[in-house]
Design a protein around this ligand. Structure first.
Ligand code: NAP
Length: 227
């Protein structure tokens, strides 16, 4: 690249769209895998910030036992507090409706200016189920979708599913591989039940929060919904 071209780049007025990441997940609990993904995507896509959106009542989990919203919200706050580019939104936690992502995105779009491009980041397993989500085509055309894959997931199955969704919905889904996502919330909950160490899998503040509130030890104490 010539010096002239270089100057063009650094002096160019910033007419580009602002980019904001939306990290959607149940976060039961949040762990280093989620944080590494968010930071990696923030840097890679030059995002102004990443908004963590703990799921209120996840549509596919109305029959499943998950921890109280307030605990998942506080753990997400604790985990993200040291990163100035991370924020946490209660947008899905402030009402009793089932949290369809399309509704959340519409609300977020009302908050941000039209000059903001949104990137929705979530797990590749969740993306593989996109066919079952509400208004999937509209959703895929409203935001840039990023699927984070983790070791153990069959990459060819994910690629095939993503390709199928892209063709069916005339959309583009980005995929990112993050080795640290070998950590999973399910595994952490299992370890706690078995009284095994969860050290270095999630921030210490979250670890202490879990112990202080007795989360995941006796499931009955932390269940709020059964559908
Ligand atoms: P999930 O089924 O619990 O998670 C699927 C996989 O993705 C798990 O391996 C999970 O790992 C991982 N994962 C979850 N969130 C992630 C993130 N932000 N980054 C990287 N990996 C992530 O999925 P979920 O957490 O309940 O739902 C994911 C998002 O999809 C939520 O925002 C939810 O509201 C939305 N969703 C919407 C609809 C709909 O609109 N109809 C339906 C389903 C899901 P961990 O267990 O370690 O997190």
């Amino acid at each position: 690249m010539s010096i002239n071209n270089y100057n063009d780049i650094i002096q160019k007025p910033n007419k580009e769209l602002k980019k904001v990441g939306i990290m959607g997940g149940t976060f039961d609990p949040i762990h280093f895998g989620h944080l590494v993904i968010a930071e990696q995507i923030r840097c890679e896509y030059n995002l102004e910030k990443v908004l963590f959106v703990p799921a209120g009542i996840p549509p596919h989990k109305t029959e499943v036992k998950i921890s109280e919203s307030k605990h998942r919200y506080f753990m997400t706050l604790l985990a993200t507090i040291t990163n100035p580019y991370f924020e946490v939104s209660k947008i899905e936690l402030d009402n009793d409706e089932v949290s369809y992502t399309i509704n959340t995105i519409k609300k977020i779009k009302e908050i941000y200016q039209k000059d903001t491009e949104l990137f929705f980041i979530t797990g590749a397993d969740a993306v593989c189920e996109l066919d079952t989500w509400k208004n999937v085509k509209e959703l895929l055309h409203s935001v840039n979708f990023i699927a984070a894959t983790r070791p153990g997931l069959d990459s060819s199955v994910v690629d095939e599913k993503i390709h199928e969704l892209e063709i069916k919905n005339n959309a583009y889904i980005r995929k990112i591989n993050v080795p640290a996502l070998a950590i999973s919330s399910t595994d952490i909950r299992e370890k706690i039940k078995k009284q095994q160490s969860i050290k270095y899998l999630l921030p210490e503040s979250v670890e202490y929060y879990i112990y202080k509130h007795g989360l995941y030890v006796h499931r009955g104490e932390t269940i709020v919904r059964l559908g």
